[in-house]
Design a protein around this ligand. Structure first.
Ligand SMILES: [Zn+2]
Ligand SMILES: [Zn+2]
Length: 392
């Protein structure tokens, strides 16, 4: 997630909730939209996918009270995506609002590295908007990284540790991040080393952008580094073992705090978001914390009752008592044989009985059934149906 998104994007609008929406309202709106735009439901639809990303991003900020407050504060300070000249800017005077200094002061005053002042969140906003090149010395929070992982049905129920390979951008080792072969870059003539350029945008105030010639670094390599071609950045990839908690469901987005890109100058690491894809199982299904299974029973078992053996996921079978007169489709509960919950307890296994009809009958069975038919000939199972059909 780019950090200047905070000022450019209206997360409330994305989720279609008012600014004073409660956590429950945000959660509800997110769930509804996430279902509607989920990639699995909109295969190949790039627009839906884009929308799904926006929705997830908005939810990540608004569903987290701390981040929501940072977001609200940032927007309250600078208006909705634009910069408003304060009262001092009136009367035609030049309005020059140095956000970098403003923030630097606030953070410095707070004392602790990365934790004082406004904290990492706002630091990110300013860091992203105003790259102060060589003059920037504030700790900076690492970027958030998004990744995906596929689990089979059982792994999702029980939880699993999976390897996750990620690539991120770090300072080039060969040139120590200077971009220069000899480590002696020269000062950028365009921005004179500040890494930023200002230009008026009407209204009597100016906007500051990263310098286009040095990409905000303030320095230009004299002899570009062979490894990074002068960018000073290098792709590094690492594989880490990620613990996926038990009970995750398909499409769920897990946030692993501090597992994103490392921070700069002692800043905290970003977060890692993992989108989980869960495969299906030939026998079992999932319903929140419960597992589901359909078990065939014979007609005599349904009518007379009896004990039936039911398979469980990864455990020994359980025996269920079928009461006499169990109708087709009745669901019974095997307690504690479902998916693992957050608190470590398990949901239930919901067992739905399905009365089967035999295709082939032996002579003896056929005879018995004929006798049964004669014995129940005076019962018409459709009598009530026709009565009701006439009634209204
Ligand atoms: Zn420059
Ligand atoms: Zn290099």
């Amino acid at each position: 997630m780019s950090t200047k998104d905070f000022l450019e994007k209206d997360y409330y609008k994305v989720l279609g909730v008012p600014k004073d929406a409660t956590e429950a309202e945000i959660k509800k709106a997110y769930r509804k939209l996430a279902r509607e735009y989920h990639p699995d439901a909109n295969k190949g639809d790039a627009k839906a996918e884009e929308r799904f990303k926006e929705i997830s991003e908005a939810n990540d900020v608004l569903a987290d009270p701390k981040r929501r407050k940072e977001y609200d504060d940032a927007r309250a300070l600078f208006g909705n995506g634009g910069f408003r000249p304060g009262p001092g800017g009136a009367g035609g005077g030049s309005f020059n609002f140095d956000l970098g200094d403003l923030f630097g002061g606030a953070q410095g005053g707070g004392g602790g590295a990365g934790t004082g002042g406004f904290g990492g969140g706002l630091g990110d906003v300013f860091g992203g908007l105003f790259n102060r090149g060589g003059t920037r010395t504030q700790p900076r929070r690492g970027q958030d990284i998004e990744s995906e992982v596929s689990l089979n049905f059982t792994e999702a129920v029980d939880g699993a540790t999976v390897p996750l390979r990620m690539s991120s951008s770090a300072a080039c080792k060969a040139c120590s991040g200077t971009g220069d072969k000899n480590g002696t870059p020269r000062v950028c003539p365009t921005c004179v080393g500040t890494g930023q350029v200002s230009h008026g945008s009407g209204g009597g105030f100016s906007i500051t952008d990263p310098c286009p010639d040095c990409k905000g670094r303030g320095l230009i390599p004299e002899n570009p580094c062979d490894v990074c071609h002068g960018s000073g950045r290098a792709k590094s990839s690492r594989t880490m073992q990620v613990r996926i908690p038990a009970g995750v469901s398909d499409g769920q987005r897990i946030r692993l705090r501090g597992k994103g890109a490392p921070g700069e100058r002692g800043g905290p690491s970003g977060d890692l978001y993992v989108v989980v894809h869960v495969g299906t199982h030939p026998v079992f299904g999932r319903k929140d914390d419960n597992l589901t299974v359909t078990v065939p029973v014979t007609f005599p078992e349904a009518v007379l009752g009896g004990e039936i053996k039911v398979p469980t996921l990864g455990g020994p079978p359980v025996t269920l008592k079928l009461p006499p007169g169990t109708p087709n489709g009745r669901t019974m509960r095997a307690r504690g044989k479902g998916a693992v919950r957050k608190d470590g307890t398990r949901g239930d296994l919901l067992v739905t009985v399905e009365v089967t009809v035999p295709k082939d009958l032996g002579d003896k069975a056929r005879e018995a059934l004929q006798t049964y038919r004669e014995a129940t000939a005076d019962h018409d199972p459709r009598a009530e149906l026709f009565q009701a059909a006439k009634g209204a």
